[in-house]
Design a protein around this ligand. Structure first.
Ligand code: NAI
Ligand code: MG
Length: 356
């Protein structure tokens, strides 16, 4: 099987970790019968400064027409408004209908506290529809800004269904050892704040419940948790979770929080998933503080390659990558500075390739 992969390195350390992802794909054992071709595609703040757009139409078209999957590095987004700039990753998720952001968070076997969970975040709506406005308060007391939080039955249903499918898939591979057996049966936790937002989060909760009541999810245990107490419990007892499903904003916050459980943002991968396309994306940003030094941890990207392959139906290749990365972390000899080591991006990559 030959797969064409779009490579969107973006800004900062995106340019250092995406080449590592490419090398990994090129180095997969030939017994897997997988071949790859690549196309480099521009996006990001530098692209914006050069061309006036952060996401050139050609990048979107090439991904849609030519590619089977993609890897996205990171882009820098100014935190104050720059005229004409808007985040290309948010736009890309919409344009390619990548409706789910799937983030596995897993500690190595020898870690002090066991963590092995997956956060399934809705990727297209909620406050991220970015429908905001600012106006003067009618009583003359100053400005007021407001934003629309949009939740639809359609998006809530498909994200909950995907969460259920992932729970079933994990149950299958639990036996093989690649999911550590913290749970002995699949569990989906629905996250919301419907005690306050009874209509928006209420619709999410109700629809997710309905989706997960489908006969195919008979073996899946379903529970729900209010998002604030979820944060508390996630940090107190992460082993209580298997698959977490959440609307966009809560999912974003929970997944960065969960990354702290396993040590470094440089370890945590994600995949943006649609019905026919998967885009792997490390969870970290462009890390301007370490850019250009060759010390970025490539592991989040290497695991994102595995995530992408899983959603392309290449579970065997993905499992090999996860195992090679776990081997590197377990042995804890060749670690990048964020993990307390001295190794450079290149050295961590070489060690993982050797184990592969
Ligand atoms: P960041 O994730 O870039 O960095 C946070 C901290 O973690 C920094 O100290 C950085 O050195 C460290 N770090 C991150 N990834 C690492 C890796 N692979 N290896 C070693 N250390 C790593 O988040 P920050 O600083 O808040 O944002 C920087 C820029 O990145 C901003 O412009 C922001 O908008 C953008 N960003 C982009 C994202 C994306 O493209 N999806 C996601 C998050 C932030
Ligand atoms: Mg985030």
């Amino acid at each position: 099987r030959t797969l064409r992969i779009g490579l969107i390195a973006g800004d900062g350390i995106g340019k250092e970790v995406i080449p590592a992802g490419r090398r990994l794909l090129e180095s997969l054992p030939s017994s897997l019968n997988l071949n790859f071709s690549f196309v480099d595609l521009p996006a990001g703040f530098e692209t914006f400064k050069e061309t006036g757009t952060a996401l050139p139409e050609k990048t979107v078209e090439t991904l849609k027409k030519e590619c089977d999957g993609a890897l996205f590095g990171a882009v820098s987004s100014p935190s104050t408004k720059v005229a004409g700039y808007s985040s290309p990753i948010v736009a890309l998720r919409k344009r390619l209908d990548l409706y789910a952001n799937v983030r596995p968070v897993k500690a190595i076997a020898s870690a002090r506290s066991p963590v092995d969970l997956v956060i399934v975040r809705e990727n297209t709506e909620d406050l991220y529809v970015k429908d905001e406005r600012t106006f003067d308060a009618p009583d003359g007391s100053g400005k007021v800004a407001e934003a629309i939080k949009r939740i639809s039955e359609k998006a809530s249903h498909r994200i909950a269904t995907l969460a259920g499918d992932i729970a079933l898939q994990r149950q299958k591979i639990r036996a093989t050892g690649s999911v550590s057996s913290i749970h002995n049966r699949p569990l989906v936790t629905i996250t919301h704040k419907s005690n306050v937002l009874s209509q928006t989060d209420g619709l999410f909760r109700e629809t997710a419940r309905k989706a997960l009541a489908a006969p195919k999810f008979e073996s899946v245990e379903v529970e729900e948790q209010i998002v604030d107490s979820m944060v508390y419990k996630l940090f107190r007892q992460p082993s209580a979770y298997d698959v977490i499903v959440a609307p966009n904003l809560y999912g974003d916050i929970l997944s960065d929080g969960a990354a702290a459980l396993v040590g470094s943002l440089g370890l945590v991968p994600s995949a943006n998933v649609g019905d026919n396309f998967a885009m792997g994306e490390p969870c970290h940003g462009s890390a301007p503080d370490i850019e250009g030094q060759g010390i970025a941890n490539p592991i989040a990207t290497l695991r994102s390659v595995a995530c992408m392959l899983e959603f392309m139906g290449e579970e065997t290749a993905a499992a090999k990558i996860y195992a090679a990365v776990d081997g590197n972390l377990e042995e804890a000899k060749i670690l990048s500075p964020d993990m307390g080591g001295k190794a450079r991006t290149e050295e961590v990559l070489e060690d993982v390739l050797k184990r592969l």
